[in-house]
Design a protein. Structure first.
Lengths: 450, 303
């Protein structure tokens, strides 16, 4: 009897084990099956049903998930053979990490993803994304030409086009126009008048600051600092993707100006500031008179503020010049997708970037319309008649130069950020920090020079 | 007789192996295999964002040589050491004290236990988000409270080079102490009461009982808690993503955060694998030595 029960136990274990092994084997086998299927689909006529996944970041400045799901329904109604599955994950970084781990783990990548425009070099070099030239050649030549040049600046590499602008923004300066009027101040025209306005609008109650002149986040600094460098006469990147301009007079002036805002004018808190998140609400609640931020925050600020909100590009170092940089995410088609999926993804891209839809998306989110035709859309015209700040935000783009992106972006950006932090926190003199940043960046770019 | 006994014995000896086989399969698949793979990959030059280095090339120990010559690696190792020394002992001691505090029968004790335990049930990312608000310069609760007790020093915690790592450590201790309390509480409630009664008859003071009886009897719990605390100190960096992103200038970057950066930001697979091997070795050395020291103590007690 005892022997029998042991035998029974052993057989049970063998059974459990067999199930466990089957369980282990299943995920390995799974990715192979869809690949085989989609291979068949590619050969079949395009009316064959096809499903595409779209990876999409939701940790951005607007209620994107809801808006995009609405577009997906519209698209599927118009294209019954295509099913679009939006996959929402945290931020831009999470989307990129999810795609990397999927592809390198041998899984099937999504057909389409929204990732940062600046990710282009890493994505091409890693072989994750597909060039769009064939699709562009098949479509109306006016289509791609219609996107704003500042937004297309980060789409070309190696003689090919790799992305279509989607949710694009720019750096602007928001200011409380009522406070400017009360103090008899005009909007700033150069760094000097900018700093003086910030000083004049700072309010202290003893040692306590009840209102800062300006909030200027610097814990992830390249984006907000780049327009300062452009305004001082030299962008930190040029046309060559392996060249950076950190050790320049413009960058030194930039960091000196930032330090002066706290140390000389006492109009912003000293040291590196991690206040990106609270900037818009601080402006709306009167904790600061100005804030450097993304155009993506416009609708949030307007809905909270009970005063007239001014929007402008950064003033340049000398009077008469202004500066901004674009930012935000583009649409990328993944190289691992089947031809049928790629074609469906391209169709969805075109659907998302129809002028009326771009206008609708921009009105709902605060992102800048990515193509000229959208500015002519009746909905947009009507919108800017009541919200002129939206047009002012878009107009800042005419002063924009290319957003910072180079080969080996992650490492070079970390180098730049580290030395900017050191210069702002007083750990290194400005000139030394930028010389070291240049040297380290050149070392990090050395393997890419060819 | 022999003939009938032998097959039975063989069957018996097979059973334990069969029983651990499913676990072993999973451990091998998800732990041992990735470890071996990382060790192997650490000997290759593979950088995903350089087309000609995308295919791995054997370079021997070059990844390790580069790593040990890298200033950021030194900074990260020092930060990691400070982080472990600053969080593990403090959160374990606090966990023990909390357990002593709530290990009594009185009204509302459930509420007190819940109070200490509640940070544990929050996801670390949520906890960090709450603390980011506490750390807000000027009007954050943390700064307001410090001002009330007369501290007017630097208020910009998460981006001050001297305070960023400490901010991260504060969140870790706050989050973990309640978790370790649960293990100590379970340990305390499982202690034999007769020992304490005997000690009380012999006139031992409360302090003596705590130090000579409670603490030694809980050494198994302490071994377990310090081990998981140490491992978690190396494994959890979620709050760093939320609070500081390793900054300013790497001041709050620790080993696993740097590993993530190397792998997913710098796309350097070889160097990231070398960092993985370093991480595994550190964990292995600590866990083994913690275990061996504790076993030695066990022998000492047995004598």
């Amino acid at each position: 009897m005892r022997a029998n029960s042991r035998l029974w136990l052993v057989w049970t274990m063998v059974l459990v084990l067999a199930l466990a092994v089957a369980g282990c084997a299943a995920p390995v086998a799974a990715p192979a099956a869809p690949a085989a299927e989609s291979g068949g689909e590619a050969a079949a006529p395009s009316a064959e049903p096809v499903t595409i996944q779209v990876f999409y970041p939701v940790a951005v400045d607007a209620p994107i998930a809801q808006i995009l799901s609405g577009y997906v329904e519209e698209f599927q109604a118009a294209n019954p053979n295509i099913t679009v599955e939006p996959v929402f994950s945290g931020g831009y970084g999470d989307v990129k990490t999810a795609i990397q781990t999927t592809i390198e783990g041998g899984g099937a990548p999504p057909a389409l993803a929204v990732m940062l425009a600046t990710d282009i070099y890493d994505l091409v070099n890693a072989g994750y994304i597909a060039p769009l030239d064939d699709f562009i050649a098949q479509s109306d030549p006016a289509y791609v030409a219609d996107f704003l040049p500042a937004f297309m600046a980060n789409s070309a590499y190696d003689g090919q086009t790799w992305s279509i602008p989607f949710q694009r923004s720019a750096v602007v300066l928001y200011y409380n126009a009522d406070l400017f009027k009360e103090a008899g101040l005009e909007p700033p025209v150069d760094w000097q008048s900018w700093a003086e306005a910030a000083q004049a609008l700072t309010v202290r109650d003893g040692d306590n600051v009840t209102r800062w002149g300006i909030e200027f986040s610097s814990d992830w600094p390249y984006w907000l600092f780049q327009p300062l460098a452009i305004g001082a006469g030299q962008n930190i990147v040029g046309d060559n993707p392996t060249e950076v301009f950190f050790d320049t007079q413009a960058m030194q002036d930039t960091l000196q100006f930032y330090n002066d805002l706290s140390q000389v004018y006492q109009a912003t808190p000293p040291g590196v500031q991690a206040n990106w998140g609270q900037g818009p609400s601080d402006l709306a609640s009167g904790q600061t008179a100005m804030v450097a931020h993304s155009t993506g925050s416009l609708s949030g600020i307007l809905s909270q503020a009970d005063f007239e909100v001014g929007v402008m590009p950064y003033p340049g170092k000398e009077a008469g010049s202004f500066a901004s940089v674009p930012g935000g995410g583009n649409l990328y088609i993944m190289d691992g997708a089947s031809d049928a999926e790629k074609a469906a993804a391209w169709q969805f891209i075109q659907f998302l970037t129809e002028p009326d839809r771009v206008a609708d998306f921009s009105i709902q989110t605060g992102y800048i319309p990515n193509r000229s035709a959208a500015f002519e859309a009746p909905a947009w015209q009507e919108y800017v008649a009541t919200v002129p700040q939206a047009q002012a935000a878009a107009d800042a783009l005419q002063y924009a130069q290319a957003e910072f992106t180079v080969e080996n972006l992650g490492e070079v950006r970390t180098i730049l950020h580290d030395y900017i932090h050191k210069a702002i926190n007083g750990e290194m003199p400005v000139a030394d920090a930028m010389a070291a940043a240049q040297a380290d960046a050149e070392a990090a770019l050395e393997p890419f020079q060819q | 007789m022999n003939a009938s006994a032998r097959p039975r014995r063989r069957r018996v000896s097979l059973l334990p192996y069969l029983l651990i086989l499913p676990t072993f399969v999973f451990v091998a698949l998800f732990t041992i295999w990735p470890m071996l793979l990382a060790s192997y990959q650490s000997l290759f030059l593979q950088r995903l964002n350089i087309a000609r280095f995308r295919t791995p090339t054997f370079i021997g120990a070059q990844n390790y040589i580069d790593l040990f010559g890298d200033d950021r690696f030194h900074q990260v190792m020092v930060n990691t050491l400070l982080y472990v020394l600053g969080t593990v002992p403090l959160s374990v001691v606090l966990g023990f004290l909390f357990a002593l505090l709530v290990n009594r029968a009185m009204r509302g004790i459930g509420l007190a236990r819940l109070f200490f335990f509640y940070p544990t049930i929050l996801p670390l990312v949520s906890a960090a988000t709450i603390w980011m608000f506490f750390f807000t310069p000027d009007y954050g609760i943390f700064n307001t409270a410090l001002r009330a007790i007369g501290y007017t020093g630097p208020q910009n915690w998460t981006s001050n080079p001297n305070l960023a790592l400490i901010s991260v450590m504060i969140v870790t201790v706050w989050k973990n102490a309640g978790y370790y309390m649960i293990f100590y509480l379970a340990g305390l409630q499982g202690l034999p009461q007769d020992v304490f009664e005997a000690a009380a008859l012999d006139g031992a003071s409360g302090w003596q009982m705590l130090w000579r009886i409670t603490f030694p009897l809980l050494r198994r719990t302490t071994l377990f808690v310090t081990t998981i605390a140490f491992i978690s100190a190396f494994q959890t960096v979620d709050h760093i993503f939320v609070l500081t992103q390793g900054g300013p200038a790497g001041a709050s970057s620790v080993l696993l955060y740097y590993l993530w950066e190397m792998r997913f930001e710098f796309l350097n697979v070889g160097a990231a694998s070398a960092l993985t091997v370093v991480l595994i070795l550190v964990l292995l050395v600590f866990t083994l030595s913690n275990f061996l020291i504790s076993e030695q103590r066990e022998d000492a007690y047995a004598k």
